[in-house]
Design a protein around this ligand. Structure first.
Ligand code: ZN
Length: 249
């Protein structure tokens, strides 16, 4: 499954997304976040990642993620936002959606769940930064609803991929989480673990996505900390990247 170039492409051969969708996430300890290190290094990593996917970095769009539930409808005018500096990203935004060909929706994470959406005929795409706060605020449902409303598609036609995130094996949480997400807390030896992927799957199903249309790559960022950044493993600033685009100009 691992690509030697340090990324994993969610490709057509897995029968997950339609042929005109390019979706991928990084699988290396190369950092993609300007807040962690020199801009030159980050820009080089971003350029290399995009080159491997034959995508144009100038067409990328990055949000400034804040663990809230704002969804941005991305258009051509947003092209390049957040590509060359953190501050120019789309402010206060944790989900991006578009139906514009060629735009590359990007997300940076280290443990939080990146969810990539694509309509089954490739008419529209979305990407969501799903941490527990955003999920609690309804970001998954809001993103799916925005795609349905904006692009006149049906939620049953949306396919979802869960990119690497911290698993219930490693996501230890405090007792206060029992009140918020009781169904998705597993207790082992008086310690509580949140299953954020199971929680996210329920939100997708609630919004009308079919169970068979949800693919979890089943990678725990903390268990696989040799290839993925994990906040819980001490990667406080460095981030992996997830991207999705509709092919074309
Ligand atoms: Zn784990």
């Amino acid at each position: 499954m691992y690509n030697p170039k340090g990324l994993i492409q969610i490709c057509k051969s897995n029968n997950i997304f339609p042929e005109n969708i390019i979706a991928a996430f990084s699988a290396s300890k190369l950092n993609y976040d300007y807040r962690a290190e020199s801009g030159n290094e980050v820009l080089k990593n971003r350029k290399d990642f995009f080159r491997q996917l034959a995508l144009d970095l100038d067409n990328a769009v990055f949000p400034i993620q804040v663990h809230k539930a704002n969804v941005a409808i991305v258009d051509r005018k947003d092209k390049g936002r957040g590509v060359f500096s953190f501050e120019q990203g789309i402010a206060q935004t944790d989900a991006l959606i578009t139906n514009v060909k060629g735009l590359v929706l990007c997300l940076l994470t280290a443990d939080c769940l990146p969810i990539i959406f694509a309509e089954s005929n490739g008419k529209a795409i979305g990407i969501v930064h799903a941490g527990w706060k955003g999920i609690k605020l309804g970001i998954i449902e809001k993103t799916i609803q925005a795609m349905v409303d904006q692009f006149e598609i049906k939620s049953k036609d949306i396919k979802a991929v869960f990119a690497p995130a911290i698993g219930s094996c490693c996501y230890e949480v405090g007792p206060e989480f029992l009140e918020i997400f009781s169904e998705d807390i597993n207790s082992r030896e008086q310690t509580r673990f949140l299953d954020i992927k199971s929680l996210a799957k329920k939100k997708c199903l609630k919004s009308g996505i079919l169970s068979a249309s949800i693919t979890d790559v089943s990678i725990c960022t903390r268990c696989s900390n040799d290839k993925f950044f994990s906040y819980r493993a001490g990667d406080y600033l460095k981030r992996m990247i997830s991207v999705v685009a509709i092919k074309g100009e």
